[in-house]
Design a protein around this ligand. Structure first.
Ligand code: HEM
Length: 446
């Protein structure tokens, strides 16, 4: 505890005093005002005791330089979640909501040392082959398609109708998905992220990705799937499926929230109006102050140790708060003086996001195209009525209702038909052509 400060006062509604001093990051109070919680947690010093979900205890690093120290010390702090003692020893139930995010899977995010290097290099090298111009072009096509679905209404929910869908369509394109497989990837990924019939959705998703891998082994194309399998890392079919699923999972949710949080910023801060380069600036400000992944980088000490004045035991769960580290008082001056990109929104060290550039490019194009097509877009509800989704890891709005002057289809194209994802009974290979990806491919050829 920092002796210079008076006793910490929990933010309104924070039941920290009732939960053994652990600050809960899973309730509506945290979702409504995470920065009040971070301000409170700074009173504990560079780390704070938190609860991620009922019964899931962790140490959260809230200080910027302490975060860097942890992220860059892969000898002392490991990513392999099979070291997580509380889960291993049965103190956390496998159906706890924090488990799907944190539990081990055989991909680069959960591996260490040479295995991490091998798996990550395959991702980095394959993503580096993505042609920037093509990526912008396909993002703009997806953007136009989505706008064609709601443009004539003059109103939309920019989360459900736009930010949530766009990254998945772009991934389908990057992966080289044909119509039938792409429909099931979209259906499965959407269901998985929405948590609606999630088990069935995950089954459909993994089935479709498995088929994609088999297809590209037989007929490679000019796409990330084929580049991953041609990589010298020589990924097995099982590793291929897990790497592709990781790209979808690690890419989709933060991309959706980067687009959503930046749009929110642009629509609620007059300061950006009439400024050249406003989108880039709004993205940077969002990455600093409202990063899409607010708390993650789960690590486990390899041995009992002392860290930042705290005793940690081997296998304790330690996370980094990118959002708190970015907004610490010590950093505000550094930010004003120095680089506008020194934030931790992409994490740092060997596990930092390997897809910053494509992610940023997708975000810029998605927002630029939207603002060009709907120049008078504005919030349709009072700002303070907007609701943020609960949860300790991601930071994103539940909805972003807007209104604008209705627009017709982009010149030279037809309006897109209203579509729905195929239901579970329609995903067995019979009716995929009515799915979201097929509809998009049909629209493209009109
Ligand atoms: C094209 C979209 C994206 C893809 C394909 C992608 C992919 C990945 C992958 C594969 C990792 C694991 C790297 C490793 O463990 O070595 C990762 C980590 C990470 N990414 Fe991304 N990402 C994308 C977009 C984003 C966005 C928009 C953000 C937020 C600004 C973000 C923030 C992060 C962070 C903070 C980590 C570290 C997570 C941790 O250590 O637990 N990513 N990303």
């Amino acid at each position: 505890m920092d002796a210079q400060h008076t006793a910490p006062v929990p933010p309104p509604g924070c039941p920290a005093h009732n939960s053994g001093g652990r600050v809960p990051l899973h309730g509506p109070g945290f979702a409504a005002d995470p920065q009040a919680y971070y301000a409170y947690m700074r009173h504990y010093g560079p780390t704070a005791p938190v609860e991620l979900a009922p019964g899931v205890e962790a140490t959260l690093v809230t200080d910027y330089s302490t975060a860097l120290q942890l992220l860059q010390d892969s000898g002392s702090f490991r990513k392999d979640a099979r070291r997580w003692r509380d889960l291993d020893e049965g103190r956390i139930s496998p159906d706890n909501p924090a488990v799907p995010v944190l539990a081990y899977r055989p991909n680069c995010m959960f591996s260490d040392g040479p295995e991490h290097l091998r798996l990550r290099q395959a991702v980095t090298d394959s993503m580096a082959r993505v042609d920037a111009r093509k990526l912008s072009h396909s993002t703009a096509q997806v953007s136009n398609y989505l706008i064609s679905q709601f443009g004539s209404r003059g109103s939309a929910d920019l989360l459900a109708d736009y930010a949530k869908q766009l990254p998945l369509f772009v991934f389908n394109e990057l992966f080289g998905c044909p119509a039938d497989i792409g429909d099931r990837v979209l259906f499965g990924a959407t269901g998985m992220f929405d948590g609606v019939n999630a088990e069935r959705a995950i089954e459909v998703l993994f089935g479709a990705v498995g088929e994609l891998v088999a297809l590209k082994r037989a007929r490679p194309g000019d796409d990330v799937t084929s580049w991953l399998m041609q990589h010298q890392a020589k990924l097995t079919d099982e590793e291929m499926v897990h790497q592709l699923a990781l790209l979808l999972v690690a890419g989709n949710e933060p991309l959706r929230n980067l687009i959503g949080n930046t749009l929110h910023r642009l629509l609620t801060h007059d300061a950006y109006a009439h400024k050249g380069g406003l989108i880039d600036e709004a993205i940077d400000d969002t990455l600093w102050e409202n990063p899409p992944m607010q708390n993650l980088a789960a690590h486990y000490p390899a041995a009992d140790m002392e860290f930042a004045g705290q005793k940690l035991r081997a296998g304790d769960l330690v996370l980094v708060s990118f959002a708190a580290a970015n907004t610490g008082p010590a950093l505000t001056a550094a930010r004003q003086a120095g680089s506008n990109r020194a934030h931790l929104a992409w994490s740092a060290g060997p596990h930092a996001c390997p897809s910053k550039e494509p992610a940023r490019q997708i975000t810029v194009t998605a927002i630029e195209n939207l603002l060009n097509r709907l120049p008078d877009v504005e919030l349709a509800v009072p700002e303070d009525s907007l609701v943020w989704r609960p949860g300790p890891f991601n930071r994103g709005l539940a909805t972003l209702p807007v209104r604008f002057t209705a627009v017709g289809p982009r010149p030279g194209t037809a309006a897109a038909p209203q579509t729905e994802a195929p239901g579970p009974s329609e995903t067995g290979g019979r009716r995929e052509r009515s799915g979201m990806w097929s509809q998009f491919l049909t629209w493209l050829t009109k």
